[in-house]
Design a protein around this ligand. Structure first.
Ligand code: TRP
Length: 445
């Protein structure tokens, strides 16, 4: 029993952690945020935030997770932290439900689009038709709900198999597959006529576009994409062995996560420019613009099917990490069996997800603060819970937790104090808290 609570191999550690980070955030959200915020300037700001905020906060979560060796509800108590810090666990559990509630709906749309691409969208091909098609699909009463539930069933079946046999095994299998599919798409994209224009949009810096809004979006995107701020990485690092180097794992995760986001942008922008379409189409970019492009290519059905399989694979390893936060608490704190915890958590998430799926159709009249339920869940988690969690975790590891614990965790066994302890601590103390507070405040304005 206890032995299943660690990842078996070093490859498994990286596959699971990168699997958590790489998801809809990289392939669905990054390209449209980047497209809407001026392309290259957004990319540079994003990379800056990943380095000065992302990597240090990942390290902070890793320190808490491995030093305590337990779930988010128990970790801070075990390290002797007071009530305020223990509330990070409660926020993490809440954020897990909220994110699962909207994320699994988008993942359900992806599964639907695998099927639709395979059947050539029933002959529909123009962008206008695909636009209407997307609206009809998300608003229909049964279809998206059924796909979302199908997605959740797969997710919880994997989770119920445990850390090594479930999470680690599926990540080992799916992450290499994801990189291979994405690489094929990149090559194809670079051969398109609009490649040069797409690459210039992505890589030729135009700093005039870098306003306050773009900066804030870039910072929020970095947090979401790296899976930081709600304890998913605390939970995973409680499964790391003493031999895992935390700083190296954080660096590799951040690098691969950013690579996937850039690769996704390389797939999408040249295609947009080749076909004279808008890179700033927003959340519907991959569901509307890409299918219309694929359908006009030779072998379009295969490209489309492969692309949505890619999105499905990416979202599955992310939702696994999101749900594991809660499952680990139920097992560790309330001593439930994994099977029972999976059923209860699965049921609760299904209710949230069904409501959020219906909020595009039957329940669209039901709004809270002017948002439908789906957008409310996204807003509360990305704009409130994640930044609040990020600030608290940084301050806790930067200022409150015993320096010796931090230094010991960040130094691989058998080494003298790692050179990374000082810069990571500096960022956690002086850079992350004020910078994240800034998003928080501007984000709410
Ligand atoms: N990082 C994932 C993505 O980019 C989403 C995700 C998984 C996440 N676990 C998380 C986001 C924890 C915030 C916190 O799609």
């Amino acid at each position: 029993m206890q032995s299943d609570k660690t990842f078996a191999t070093r490859f498994g550690v990286i596959a699971a952690t990168v699997g958590s980070a790489v998801g809809l955030g990289n392939i669905w959200r990054f390209p449209y945020e980047c497209g809407a915020n001026g392309g290259s300037a957004f990319l540079l700001a994003y990379i800056g935030f990943v380095i000065v905020l992302g990597i240090p906060v990942i390290c902070a979560e890793f320190v808490v997770g491995r030093a305590s060796g337990t779930n988010v509800a128990g970790a801070f108590r075990k390290l002797g932290a007071g009530r305020l810090w223990q509330s990070i666990g409660v926020m993490g559990i809440t954020a897990s439900f909220f994110i699962m509630g909207f994320y699994s709906v988008v993942a359900g749309w992806c599964m639907d689009y695998i099927w639709q691409s395979a059947t050539g969208f029933g002959g529909v091909a123009s962008q206008t038709e695909l636009h209407t098609r997307f609206d009809e699909i998300v608003a229909s009463p049964l279809r998206p709900v059924a796909w979302t539930i199908a997605f959740l069933v797969v997710n919880f079946m994997v989770i119920s198999r445990g850390v090594q046999k479930g999470i680690e095994r599926i990540s080992n299998l799916l992450m290499p597959l994801l990189f291979v599919i994405l690489a094929v798409f990149c090559v194809n994209s670079l051969l398109m006529p609009g490649a040069a224009e797409g690459m210039a949009f992505l890589f030729k810096p135009d700093f005039s576009k870098l306003d306050g809004d773009a900066l804030l979006s870039a910072m929020g995107q970095a947090f979401f994409s790296l899976s930081v701020g709600m304890g998913a990485l605390i939970t995973y690092s409680s499964y790391f062995s003493k031999k895992t180097s935390l700083v190296k794992t954080a660096g590799i995760t951040a690098a691969l996560d950013t690579l996937v986001a850039v690769m996704a942008a390389i797939v999408i922008f040249p295609a947009c420019f080749s076909f004279g379409q808008e890179p700033a189409a927003g959340p519907r970019l991959v569901f509307e613009v890409l299918p219309s492009i694929f359908m006009s290519l030779p072998g379009g059905q295969i490209w489309g099917t492969m692309f949505f399989i890619l999105l499905f694979v990416a979202s599955l390893t992310s939702t696994i990490s999101l749900s594991e936060v809660v499952i680990a608490c139920m097992e560790g704190e309330w001593k439930m069996s994994r099977g029972k915890a999976t059923l209860i958590e699965g049921g609760a998430v299904t209710v949230m997800a069904v409501l959020s799926s219906l909020s595009f159709g039957a329940l669209s009249g039901w709004t809270i603060f002017g948002m439908n339920f789906f957008n409310l869940l996204d807003f509360l988690s990305s704009n409130i819970l994640l930044p609040a969690g990020g600030v608290l975790i940084s301050i806790y590891v930067g200022w409150v937790l015993d320096r010796r614990i931090v230094s010991r965790q960040l130094t691989p066994p058998g080494h003298t104090r790692s050179v990374w302890v000082a810069p990571v601590s500096f960022c956690l103390r002086f850079i992350a808290p004020p910078a994240i507070l800034a998003i928080f405040i501007f984000g709410l304005l």
